[in-house]
Design a protein around this ligand. Structure first.
Ligand code: SF4
Length: 675
């Protein structure tokens, strides 16, 4: 696919570069080589991120910008990339990707979102945004087909992401969409995200803090109805044509919905992502009390699972708050896993409404805190969306706070750091209550204090690793590469544990681990969750496959029904290329390897590829027996995984694999001395 010299169809052909400091913008032609080698989304994002840091070196400002430029530096960059498939008739084609250096990990920053904003960016005639510099004062941008206008963001001061969007849309033509940060991004909470609609998040890695550090508060896109996305074979994409790739993909999704009600796909459609909660708990993987164990009471799980959300009015105790729910979806997605909710008070009167909660949110901001109150978790989710915070990192950071507090409260002979912690937390305890597992009274105040970086919330806004390290206890931070782990306990699934370790953006559940065991390998019956033999190879294939969904601009949830062969047909109809499943898998390998190389250049190595200690020392009960992650087996899996990926014993991609993946122009980064 990468010998062609013309830009394939599906692209708008333009990268829009915005310099916030100079208040200037320019369009750059999309190079065919960039499109053909990295395709779109996460692929183009990784390539342009790398190129930005190399340019900083060429300009002579830094000896080694990869190491010297931090996530919150004005010299960081924000890349937002769509794919040629974004906004086309391919199912679930509303997704777009954001890259930057992460203020959490100080390595790769990477987040993906659904919704509608990316589609409208293409209808403004742009494939990719590259945002550099720092605005002198708070600024928001309006993009249309002719360019960019820079606006004073003073009227947005103190507004939530939702209100920001409402305010800007009042002045903009129909169809416009807004991406914005809330107070958390403005205050540079290190796990702040960027939000569109009422809760579609570019959530992970702290991109909202990067926006805040650049004084960038919102980006509105104004589509032009005359701008169409050209495709190579519209007939093959026409849903009314029963022979078309789109029709077949839709059929696969529909058949999955009807015949696999108990599978991930059927559950996602009928119950939303929260439908996974019961299944994950049944496998002993649902994290509890800052991942100390998996000991949830079944009755408690029944209060917060997918069925509970769907039937909440019927199951809630009389005279208590309830949640009403209806389906929501992203652009052109028949799965419709999103949920729009309304919270009612004990008298049945309206309290609030918004998007979610999703499975990860209910676990990290609920079950992992021993809080099983669905209306409360739903309200905390609304607040997190309005502040613009990643609910995985937020919930996990609160859990680490609870554990640290309980440990220090119950300990004799506190160290100096522990004493200073108890001093700093005292006003919170006096005014709000004890930050302990199961105390639901403290949840909403904590979200508010972290979002505003008030009191103890100031330090919690640094993320759990920096927070716990400040007081001498990094072991209470459940992170890999300083990013918080999602809902699955690695002792319940070793492939998930290995996947957390190898994820380029740090703790992440979307790199194939959980699915490697359950979906791709046929379920636990055929692939036991504590199996280590052969797991690295399975994980490699699953993670490369999952990378592809972020590169082509589709949703990983469709992977349960639509395979890479079928995606190749859809992409060929869009672009006019001649792709197949093998080439897509190689594209995933290329992108994943380039991300790894970025991390290597940022100083990351094998020492960063490890789970927190407790998973190797403290057993949990799974299937009636005790289980920990076996350290020697994990060490062996690391070696096998590096080998399978074409990385050396230190986890550095070899020259050979870079050549093989057509990344030869990046080989100099392996040896280059910055002097
Ligand atoms: S499956 Fe869910 S998250 Fe994915 S595109 Fe569809 S509605 Fe959005």
């Amino acid at each position: 696919m990468d010998s062609q010299k013309e830009l394939p169809k599906g692209y708008m052909g333009r990268i829009l570069e915005i310099d916030l400091g100079k208040k200037q913008f320019r369009y750059i032609d999309m190079e065919p080589d960039l499109a053909l080698r990295f395709f779109g989304g996460r692929g183009i994002g990784a390539a342009l991120l790398f190129r930005h840091f190399e340019e900083l070196h060429t300009q002579g400002d830094y000896k080694d910008p990869f190491m010297e430029v931090e996530g919150l530096s004005p010299d960081n960059v924000v890349i937002i990339a769509t794919s040629p498939a974004t906004g086309t008739r391919m199912p679930a084609s509303g997704r777009f990707h954001m890259n930057f250096k992460s203020p959490l990990s100080e390595g790769l920053g990477s987040s993906d979102s659904g919704g509608f904003w990316g589609v409208q960016l293409k209808h403004a005639g742009v494939d990719v945004l590259r945002i550099v510099g720092r605005a002198e004062t708070p600024t928001y941008l309006v993009l249309d087909k002719d360019g960019v206008t820079f606006h004073d963001a003073a009227p947005l001061a103190g507004l939530s992401t939702e209100k920001t969007s409402e305010l800007l849309l009042q002045e903009l033509p129909k169809g416009s969409r807004v991406l914005s940060i809330g107070e958390a991004g403005k205050q540079m909470v290190r796990f702040a995200g960027v939000i569109s609609e009422r809760g579609r998040a570019l959530g992970r890695s702290g991109g909202g803090a990067v926006w805040g550090s650049k004084n960038l508060h919102a980006v509105a896109v104004v589509p032009d109805p005359s701008i169409k996305i050209e495709t190579a074979d519209p007939e093959m994409l026409d849903i009314k044509n029963r022979e078309s790739a789109t029709f077949k993909a839709k059929m696969m999704l529909d058949v999955g919905k009807l015949t696999r009600k108990e599978s991930h796909y059927g559950i996602l459609s009928s119950l939303g992502s929260l439908g996974l909660l019961g299944m994950v708990n049944n496998h002993g993987q649902l994290s509890h009390n800052n991942m100390q164990n998996n000991a949830h009471d079944k009755d408690n799980i029944a209060k917060v699972n997918g069925e509970a959300l769907r039937n909440h009015k019927d199951i809630a105790a009389p005279g208590t708050p309830t949640v009403e729910v209806k389906k929501g979806t992203c652009f052109n997605c028949p799965v419709a896993c999103k949920r729009e909710t309304t919270v009612l008070d004990e008298k049945g009167e309206y309290v609030d409404s918004g998007e979610g909660p999703e499975f990860e949110t209910v676990t990290l901001m609920g079950a992992n805190l021993s809080i099983y109150d669905l209306p409360l978790i739903t309200k905390a989710n609304y607040a997190a969306n309005r502040f613009g915070m990643d609910t995985v990192s937020l919930g996990s950071t609160i859990a680490s706070f609870f554990e640290l507090y309980t440990y220090c409260r119950d300990k004799q002979n506190l160290s100096e750091q522990e004493r200073s912690f108890m001093e700093e937390v005292r006003p919170f305890v006096n005014e709000v209550g004890e930050p302990v597992f199961g105390n639901s009274e403290v949840l909403l105040p904590l979200v508010d204090m972290i979002g505003n970086r008030r009191g103890i919330g100031f330090y919690l806004g640094e993320g759990s690793y920096r927070f716990c390290s400040r007081y001498g206890h990094p072991e209470f931070s459940m992170t890999v590469k300083q990013q918080e782990l999602p809902a699955y306990d690695p002792r319940g699934s070793f492939s998930q544990g290995l996947s957390y370790e190898m994820s380029n953006r740090g703790g992440c559940h979307l790199e194939g681990g959980y699915m490697a065991a359950q979906a791709y390998a046929g379920g636990y019956g055929e692939w036991p969750a504590d199996r280590t033999e052969g797991t690295p190879l399975i994980l490699k294939n699953a993670s490369l496959r999952n990378t592809i969904y972020d590169v082509i601009g589709s949703c990983v949830y469709t992977s349960f029904s639509i395979g890479l062969d079928d995606y190749a047909k859809l992409l060929n109809a869009i672009t006019g290329l001649n792709l197949n499943a093998g080439e897509l898998q190689r594209l995933g390998h290329r992108v994943f390897t380039l991300e790894r190389l970025f991390n290597v250049r940022c100083g990351k190595g094998p020492q960063d590829d490890w789970l927190p200690r407790r998973f190797f020392t403290d057993p949990i009960t799974v299937d009636g027996g005790e289980r920990v992650c076996d350290e020697e087996a994990f060490r062996r899996m690391h070696g096998e995984y590096y080998d399978a990926m074409g990385w050396d014993a230190e986890g550095v991609p070899t020259e050979e694999v870079l050549h093989k993946l057509k990344l030869g122009d990046f080989i100099s980064f392996l040896t280059e001395k910055r002097s």
